[in-house]
Design a protein around this ligand. Structure first.
Ligand code: ADP
Ligand code: MG
Length: 466
């Protein structure tokens, strides 16, 4: 059996079972190296990931493997591979192994900075995110056009380019496509792609190790700086300060800056005005949910890439069931392909419907927004939104607030920092505490349990009616 296909099928299932953040954090750059007589070797990129997967995901992986191969699995070993593999193309992109694999040391930027000396010109780009594989439709045509303009004339067209839109709609793909296109025209260009979290961590580590100036210089020496998910900068004053100066320096030198966010600059709470205004200097474009034609086109392209064409009327069915975002479309397609490849059958309307029936609810679920959680809970407990996100510690406000944080985590799979942010800029530890408090509380308290159920029902009914 092709180990690559097996692992792809396992990933397809895991992707649907765990949150998006967990999935990308823990399963990126993993794969199977050996699969013999029920003994399996899985490679992982570093010790941190190994420990976490062993602890949290060993059982689910084992079950998936047994279900998919139809054979018992006797043993799974997790090996650390000393290169980050690009799973799709099977090439080694960056060598960043570090014996003290802490999160910071795994950062490719810092690792290379230590080991290689002069700044290499390519970081963090994934070769599969290119313009050629990006499908253009009404929802993203403006963003696409702006991105292409920048790829042809970096630093001259719009600076910065600010792309915003919901999760899984192709922001990262588009941003990286610009980086890849610029490099393919001139591989001497220094293109740096980071998430704002990487940016933040780089500075935290650099300051701790007395190398702040080195990291500053490194960021300011690039030709193109791509910063993904900037919304997470809110409330982080030091990071804002650093980013502000980096931005100014690069902008002054006419170096291209590209930024993505889940919302427009105006809607990012907790950032300084001077930074916000800079984000608005260039061009702001949004990416919306793809229409049905685009969804079908994306599915069709993906099937062909995978060498598993599926008739259009069946793809129509998939695109009708999954409406939220492209990531979910891809997850659904992975599941369909894996299933039919293993069973060696052709997909039919029925088989596709039954495979996707479990995702349907998840699809509704992910269309619920954090705002809807806040609204539904406040309405349920008869308090105002101001009070529930406000500072009062009175129980009648504090309890609903904790329920909100609990639901954001449980139903929306949001990260704790993001939850804290939604609730008036609270710390992530507050959100973690609230989550476990409500979880424990609901175990023992029937009334609370019923209340949560009723709130959930209202939330899903409201969302389905939209
Ligand atoms: P975001 O960063 O907005 O959350 P991503 O860029 O990670 O979204 O996209 C999620 C997945 O969907 C990726 O695998 C990406 O390649 C794919 N995708 C998104 N939009 C498109 C598109 N227009 N054409 C092709 N693939 C897309
Ligand atoms: Mg993204």
């Amino acid at each position: 059996m092709d180990t690559h296909a097996v692992w792809t099928a396992v990933l397809g299932e895991l992707e649907l079972a765990v949150s998006r953040a967990s999935f990308t954090t823990w399963f990126r750059n993993t794969g199977i190296t050996r699969f013999e007589n029920g003994e399996i070797v899985i490679f992982v990129p570093n010790a941190f990931t190994k420990a976490y997967i062993e602890k949290k995901y060993h059982q689910p992986i084992l079950h998936c493997l047994e279900r998919i191969t139809g054979k018992p699995v006797r043993r799974i070993e997790y090996h650390i591979e000393s290169g980050i593999r690009n799973h799709e193309s099977r090439e080694v992109v960056l060598v960043t192994a570090s014996p003290s694999a802490s999160l910071g040391a795994n950062n490719p930027l810092l690792a290379n900075f230590h080991d290689v000396g002069p700044a290499p010109n390519k970081y963090g780009l994934n070769s599969k995110y290119i313009f050629e594989t990006f499908i253009v439709g009404k929802a993203n045509e403006l963003a696409h056009a702006a991105a292409q303009a920048i790829a042809t004339r970096p630093g001259e067209a719009y600076n910065p380019l600010f792309v915003y839109g919901g999760v899984g709609l192709g922001k990262t793909h588009l941003l990286q496509a610009v980086g890849n296109a610029i490099l393919s025209q001139n591989n001497q260009k220094k293109v740096l792609y980071v998430t704002i979290d990487t940016f933040t961590n780089d500075f935290i580590h650099a300051v701790r190790e007395g190398r702040a100036k080195d990291v500053k210089d490194l960021y300011r020496a690039v030709d193109v700086l791509i910063v993904d998910d900037i919304q997470f900068i809110s409330g982080k004053e030091r990071t804002q300060e650093e980013f502000f100066h980096t931005f100014n320096e690069l902008h002054q030198q006419r170096k291209q800056i590209i930024i993505s966010s889940d919302r427009p600059p105006k809607a990012i709470a907790g950032i300084e005005d001077r930074l916000r205004s800079r984000m608005e200097w260039g061009m702001i474009v949004d990416i919306a949910q793809p229409d049905i034609e685009t969804r079908v086109a994306i599915l069709d392209a993906r099937c062909r890439e995978r060498g598993f064409p599926i008739p259009l009327h069946i793809l129509q069915t998939v695109a009708t069931i999954i409406q939220t975002n492209v990531r979910e479309l891809e997850g659904a397609l992975n599941k369909i392909i894996a299933y039919h490849q293993l069973k060696n059958t052709e997909p039919t309307e029925e088989s596709v419907r039954s495979l996707l029936s479990s995702i349907e609810s998840a699809s509704i679920r992910s269309s619920i927004t954090p705002k809807q959680v806040v609204n539904t809970v406040s309405e349920f407990y008869g308090i105002t939104i101001e009070a529930v996100v406000g500072q009062s510690r009175e129980k009648r406000f504090a309890m609903p607030r904790q329920v909100i944080m609990f639901l954001m985590r449980k139903e929306l799979s949001m990260s704790f920092p993001a939850i804290g942010h939604e609730l008036g800029g609270r710390d992530h530890t507050t959100a973690m505490h609230a989550y476990s408090k409500v979880e424990r509380g609901a175990e023992n308290d029937l009334k609370l349990r019923q209340e949560i159920e009723m709130i959930k029902q209202r939330m899903y009914i409201n969302s389905a009616q939209r």
